[in-house]
Write a protein of this length. Structure first.
Length: 561
C-alpha cells in the first residue's frame, strides 16, 4: 500500500493547479534578498520555501539581489548571503542576478510611463509627500506638480539622471490617484535621487528605483512564475500588478505574487535595523555572534543546516502571522545533533578526585561509545588513572537522601568506568572543598557490578593526568522577554539578558578532543551539545554551547510551549 500523500499547503496547491491547467510548463521561483545586512532565521524559512518548491516541482530558483539602495548595501552582505544559501544546502539557477542588472530597462520603462502620462516629476520633499498622502479613511492631496506636461517631465527626469539636482530635491511618481483606500496606491514614488557609490554600478547612476517599482519588473524580466513574499507585501500586491499591467506582453510569463506568514520567533528580534544596532553598539561581537538569530550566528553556535531545514518543515507555511516558540527550533537542533554528534567527556567546573587505592602511575584505557544512536561511529578508548576531575555540582557534602550523586560515604558509578566511594573531603584554610579522596571497586570496570548491587547515580569525569584544557562559552537567549520588540514605548534593548554569555576558562576535556577542528560538534555527556568556535587556537580549544540536553529554559521561566 502506497504511503498517503502529504497534504498540500496553499502555495503548493496554487502551483499544482497552474501546472495542471497548462498555465506554466515549469515553475521558476526566486529568493530576492536586499544586500543590506546578514540573513537571519526568518530568511532561512524563505530560502527553504522558495528553493524547496523549485526542487519539489522539478523547477528552478533564482537568487536575485534587490540592490536598489546604495547607501545601505555592501559586497560583504552579498558574499555572506551566498555563503548562507550554500550552507543550507541549496544551489540557485545559473549566475546570481541583481536588480542593478536591470537599471537600464527600468529607466526606459519609467520614461515610457512619463510618455503615457502616468508618471510625473515632483519637487515636494519626502516629508511633504507623506503629509499629503492622507489617511486610510481620508483621500490624499494632489501634488502641485502633478499636471506637468510630458515634455517638462521628460526634461526634468533626464536632468535628474544627469545629476543636476541634489538628494531629495525631486522624485518621479506614478499617477495612480490619491483617493485609493490602499495607501501604497496613492501616487507612489518610482525614483529618488541618491548621489552614492553603488557596490556594482559605481557612479553610473545617481537616481535609483524604489523597491516596489523594481521588484515585480525584475520578476517579469527573469520569467518568474510564482513570486513568494511575506505578508507585509500583501498591501503592495495591487501596486505590483499595476506596474505589470503597464508593461505586460502576453507572449511572456507574468509572475504571480503570493504572500505567506513570515517567521516570528519568541525571545528574539527579526528586524535588520535592530540587529544592525546590536552590532554597531557592540552589544554583540558581530553579525555572527552565536547569540544572534542570523544564519551565520547560528552556524557558529553549532546549529546544522539539516536542523534548520527540518525546523522550516515542522512550522510549515501559514497564511496568517503567528509566533513560533524558540524551543521548537532548539528541539530541531537537539534532534539532529542527537543522531550525528559524537559523545565525549568534559568537565566544566572541575573538582579533583584522588582514588587512593588505585595504583600510582598507572593509566588504563576504558572503552566508550561514540554515539549510541549510530553504531557505525564505533567506540574509542578513554584514559583512566588515579587522579580524576568530576563536576563540582556532582558532589554535596551534606547531601539529602534523594541526591544520587557523590557524597561522603556514598557510592556512584563513573560513566564507562568503575564504582567509587567518597571517603574524605579535603578543604583549604578558608573551608573550600579542593579535593575528594575516594576508593574504587576494581571488579566494576565498565560500570557493571559482579554482585548485582544497584547504583542509582552515574557521573562523568576525565583523567587529570591526560585531560586537556578548554574554554567553554555558555550562550543563552539574548533577551529575557518573549516579544522584546513588541512593547510600545519601550526600547527592545531594555530586555537584553545580562546572563546571555558565561565564559568558563578552566574546563577539562578528554584527550580525544585534542585534534578537534573548528566547526566540529560534540555532545558533552550530561552537559549539552557543543561546537568548536572560530576563536580556537592550537594552544586552546574554545567551545560554544549550542543547546543544552533539555529545554531547561521553558521550565525555569514557565514559558508555555
Amino acid at each position: 500500500m502506497e504511503d498517503e500523500k502529504k497534504s498540500l499547503n496553499f502555495i503548493e496547491q496554487i502551483i499544482e493547479d497552474d501546472l495542471k491547467s497548462g498555465k506554466h510548463k515549469e515553475i521558476l521561483t526566486r529568493f530576492p534578498p536586499e544586500p543590506n545586512g546578514y540573513l537571519h532565521i526568518g530568511h532561512a524559512k524563505s530560502i527553504c520555501l522558495n528553493f524547496g518548491l523549485g526542487i519539489e516541482y522539478n523547477g528552478k530558483t533564482n537568487l536575485r539581489f534587490d540592490d536598489t539602495n546604495p547607501v545601505k548595501e555592501d559586497v560583504e552582505y552579498v558574499d555572506s548571503i551566498m555563503e548562507d544559501i550554500k550552507w543550507l544546502g541549496f544551489e540557485w539557477n545559473g549566475e546570481a542576478h541583481y536588480a542593478s542588472d536591470y537599471f537600464d530597462q527600468l529607466y526606459e520603462w519609467a520614461v515610457d510611463f512619463i510618455k503615457k502620462g502616468i508618471a510625473y516629476v515632483d519637487d515636494q520633499s519626502a516629508e511633504a509627500i507623506s503629509a499629503t498622502r492622507g489617511t486610510p479613511t481620508r483621500p490624499g492631496t494632489d501634488s502641485p506638480n502633478r499636471n506637468r506636461t510630458v515634455d517638462e517631465n521628460l526634461d526634468l527626469f533626464s536632468r535628474m539622471k544627469n545629476g543636476e539636482f541634489g538628494d531629495g530635491e525631486k522624485v518621479l511618481r506614478a499617477r495612480t490617484g490619491m483617493d485609493s483606500p490602499n495607501m501604497h496606491m496613492r501616487d507612489p514614488v518610482l525614483y529618488r535621487i541618491k548621489h552614492a557609490q553603488h557596490h556594482r554600478t559605481g557612479d553610473t547612476w545617481c537616481i535609483y528605483p524604489m523597491y516596489d517599482f523594481t521588484h515585480g519588473q525584475s520578476d517579469y524580466i527573469e520569467g518568474i512564475t510564482h513570486s513568494i513574499c511575506t505578508l507585509e507585501f500583501e498591501n503592495h500586491r495591487p501596486l505590483y500588478d499595476w506596474f505589470l499591467d503597464q508593461i505586460y506582453d502576453s507572449t511572456k510569463t507574468r509572475p504571480r505574487q503570493i504572500e505567506f506568514a513570515r517567521l516570528n520567533l519568541s525571545y528574539t528580534v527579526m528586524s535588520k535595523r535592530k540587529l544592525l544596532e546590536l552590532v554597531q553598539k557592540n552589544i554583540v561581537t558581530g553579525w555572527d555572534d552565536p547569540r544572534m538569530p542570523t544564519i551565520s550566528g547560528l552556524r557558529r553556535r553549532g546549529y546544522t543546516p539539516e536542523s534548520l531545514r527540518n525546523f522550516a518543515e515542522k512550522i510549515g507555511v501559514a497564511k496568517r502571522d503567528n509566533v513560533i516558540d524558540v524551543s521548537l527550533l532548539e528541539f530541531s537542533v537537539r534532534e539532529d545533533l542527537n543522531k550525528s554528534a559524537r559523545r565525549v567527556l568534559a568537565v566544566l567546573d572541575p573538582l579533583k578526585v584522588v582514588i587512593t587505592n588505585y595504583p600510582e602511575g598507572q593509566i588504563e584505557d576504558i572503552e566508550a561509545v561514540n554515539n549510541p544512536e549510530d553504531e557505525s561511529m564505533g567506540k574509542r578508548m578513554v584514559p583512566f588513572g588515579r587522579e580524576l576531575f568530576i563536576e563540582r555540582e556532582d558532589f554535596m557534602e551534606d547531601a539529602p537522601k534523594k541526591f544520587f550523586r557523590l557524597a561522603p560515604g556514598r557510592e556512584v558509578r563513573l560513566r564507562y568506568g568503575y564504582y567509587i566511594t567518597c571517603n574524605d573531603v579535603i578543604k583549604d584554610t578558608a573551608g573550600n572543598i579542593i579535593e575528594l579522596h575516594c576508593t574504587y571497586d576494581p571488579e566494576t570496570k565498565g560500570g557493571q557490578s559482579p554482585d548485582g548491587r544497584k547504583i542509582q547515580g552515574t557521573i562523568h569525569w576525565v583523567s587529570a593526568e591526560k585531560a586537556i584544557d578548554i574554554e567553554v562559552r555558555i550562550y543563552d537567549r539574548l533577551f529575557t522577554d518573549e516579544a522584546p520588540d513588541g512593547h510600545k514605548d519601550v526600547d527592545f534593548k531594555e530586555f537584553l539578558n545580562p546572563d546571555s554569555l558565561e565564559v568558563l576558562s578552566h574546563c577539562k576535556a578528554e584527550l580525544y578532543l585534542k585534534n578537534a577542528e573548528k566547526g566540529d560538534k560534540f555532545q558533552f555527556e550530561r552537559k549539552g551539545y557543543f561546537c568548536v568556535d572560530l576563536d580556537s587556537t592550537a594552544e586552546k580549544l574554545v567551545f560554544n554551547r549550542t543547546v543544552p540536553l533539555k529545554d531547561s529554559w521553558t521550565k525555569q521561566n514557565n514559558v508555555k510551549n
